[in-house]
Design a protein around this ligand. Sequence first.
Ligand code: PEP
Ligand code: MN
Length: 348
Amino acid sequence: MLVVMKNTASSDQIHAVVEVIKDMGYDARPIPGGQRTAIGIIGNDGGVDAGRVQGLEGVLEVIPVTHPYKQVSREWKADDTVVRLENGTVFGGSDVAIIAGPCAVESEAQIIGIAHDLKAMGATVLRGGAFKPRSSPYSFHGLGKEGLVLLAKARQETGLAVVTEALDPDGADLVAEYADIVQIGARNMQNYALLRRAGRTGKPVLLKRGMSATIEEFLLAAEYVLAEGNPNVILCERGVRSFDTHTRNVLDLAAIPVVKGLSHLPIIADPSHGTGLRAKVIPMGRAAVAAGADGLIIEVHPDPTRAMSDGAQSLYPEQFQELMDQIKVIARAIGRDIAEPLSAVAAG
Ligand code: PEP
Ligand code: MN
């Protein structure tokens, strides 16, 4: 942390600030400049409470220079974290990994059928909510454990890995028994008991950005998982709330390069929840790959008009094929590839 003094600050005032910093248990290093003096605080392992210094006479501003998160930061670990699934899918490597599937698991025929289609089109991870967080208590909340069993069956038949959401700590343990990745949704990004328990399952965690979370809060949420000894977190930008009503959320694509600068964790994008509109999913999916996303998560339904949740933003299977064809070209233009379909992974 750096304390910037006013240009009118007296040497007594500078001295007083130095004494308070020492009293807080840190070292203070005054850096005299042409216009003003700045005082560096050193010896702090993490954040310093700026409150005691901020109000002192002669202080202009206090600038934090270290982040409140540690293990998720690039300073902690310079190399990209690579999250590997048992079926060969990799998040955070040179390839872009594709997760696709319906918003919710609705029936055996629906999930098994779409899983085969998605595999044929190049997805390597199947999504589908068994426990759905819905804005209304009267909406469809998922098939529960039966949905997990169906996802496991789809994995067995297709070789696709499976990601599904856990809504509470006990749910995280249950989801971890069936899924390859435990998803923590936007509404639960700051559910710290859930983050800790998901971390302790040892399974990779897909952490979605809260709908009004800053990037710092997002990274601090990931820190909870890493603090439990689980380094395998995949971040997901899924749009944030804004004043405009044309799309469901505003997909914050700038968050992708920003997070990549601050953190070593892989980050993927969810243009389905990010836009809420089927016609906007393909362009924003393309843009996310161009922005450097390590993957996409896309809602695809065999018959979106009959979907029990999020039909309006779910792609028809043929639209998913179109997206796959287009992002292949974009990935190559930036020196990446879309992750190989599973048969090729197994053969290679
Ligand atoms: C989802 O992926 O099904 C979901 C509910 O997304 P979010 O948590 O981003 O709203
Ligand atoms: Mn959904």
